[in-house]
Design a binder for this molecule. Structure first.
Ligand SMILES: Nc1ncnc2c1ncn2[C@@H]1O[C@H](COP(=O)(O)OP(=O)(O)O)[C@@H](O)[C@H]1O
Ligand SMILES: [Mg+2]
Length: 328
């Protein structure tokens, strides 16, 4: 048996006996993806995923980062049984989505990218009927509906038909629907797109609240969100895995510790020898380490430049990884 096959068969699983003496597989590996491939056959062929492998542990936030078109939504669709892979091995809760989609669907919910709630239902009805469909009793469905309406600040438009809602209001309704049944695994494909800052904070708060007992599979373009929420980040490019680690690990691995931004940078004559930087609109970014920081900052101030000093963030890591790869 090869290494890969061994991983797929979950060698770390504890096999327990359930009530009816059936085998219950308990695994810390909730999702095991090995060498996933997916090509779309449209007018032209698009290879969306190429040999993509990763493992998602039970509990916590696993975040997929990548530029537009890098294969995030395709990955979410494969894992959540909405799309079939071409090849590779995939196990979600120990089930293969191509074979046992129903088993997986019972345990997951999803905020799909560009999803919309049913137009002629109100948010309250949408959430309630969704819960009823998932098998909750009337009382429990009502209780949970009221809870998420409060949690996600939906109360002042909860009885308006969804077609009358703004883009952000529709989006938060979808998020509330996904959280309402409290499933074991939630897929959130750019969930906070279009949300106002208060609504976004509510989503973050809810994720933090449940993440020790629920697994969240997140995609986002907001690096601040990814850094704040994620336990593990996987950066992909053109459907291939580029880098994985916790935000802290990725930031620690970055070559520099500090980021100095020179604001309103025009054609000033900078004498610093440390300009190893990127020009961004009218500002210039310099990455520095501890030993150089004081000296360079003093020099820049002496040059009469207005500067901002920050610690390196996940955004810097992301941009640098994309740049490096671009330059190859
Ligand atoms: N239904 C489709 N038909 C053809 N190409 C598609 C389809 N869906 C996605 N793609 C292509 O697959 C690639 C990955 O898309 P996607 O997974 O949506 O990326 P992301 O979510 O990271 O922006 C892109 O090049 C996109 O154009
Ligand atoms: Mg997408």
């Amino acid at each position: 048996m090869s290494d890969t096959e061994e991983t797929i068969s979950n060698k770390d699983n504890d096999v327990l006996k359930g009530k009816n003496n059936e085998e219950v597989i308990e695994s810390r590996d909730l999702i095991v993806a090995r060498n996933l491939d997916k090509t779309y056959h449209g007018k032209s062929e698009v290879k969306a995923l190429s040999n993509l492998s990763f493992t998602v542990k039970r509990g916590g936030v696993f975040t997929l980062l990548g530029r537009n078109g890098s294969g995030k939504t395709t990955t979410v669709k494969l894992l959540s049984t909405l799309l079939r892979r071409d090849s590779g091995d995939l196990s979600v809760f120990g089930f293969d989505p191509n074979i046992s989609a129903e088993e997986i669907r019972k345990k997951i919910s999803i905020v799909p990218q560009e999803g919309k709630p049913i137009e002629y239902l109100t948010p309250r009805e949408s959430i309630y009927f969704y819960l009823r469909m998932r098998g909750f009793t009337k009382e429990e469905a009502e209780r949970r509906t009221e809870m998420v309406i409060i949690d996600f600040l939906i109360d002042n438009f909860s009885d308006q038909r969804c077609f009358t809602l703004s883009v952000g209001q529709k989006q938060i309704v979808l998020v509330a629907m996904a959280f309402a049944p409290n499933p074991e695994l939630i897929f959130l494909d750019e969930p906070t797109i279009g949300l106002d800052p208060l609504a976004r904070q509510r989503v973050w708060k809810k994720i933090i609240e449940i993440k020790s007992s629920t697994t969240i599979f997140l995609t986002t373009h907001y690096m601040e969100e990814a850094e704040f929420l994620s336990d593990i980040v996987l950066i992909i490019k053109e459907g291939k895995s580029i880098k994985q680690g916790s935000p802290k690990e990725l930031i620690k691995q970055f070559k520099y510790k500090h980021k100095v931004t020179i604001n309103n940078y025009g054609n000033e004559n900078i004498t610093s020898q440390y300009i190893i930087s990127k020009k961004l609109n009218d500002s210039l970014v310099i990455y520095l380490n501890e030993n150089e920081l004081d000296k360079v900052v003093q020099q820049l101030v002496k040059d009469g430049l207005e500067i901002t000093i920050n610690k390196v963030s996940l955004e810097d890591v992301f941009i640098s990884v994309m740049d490096e790869d671009h330059e190859k």
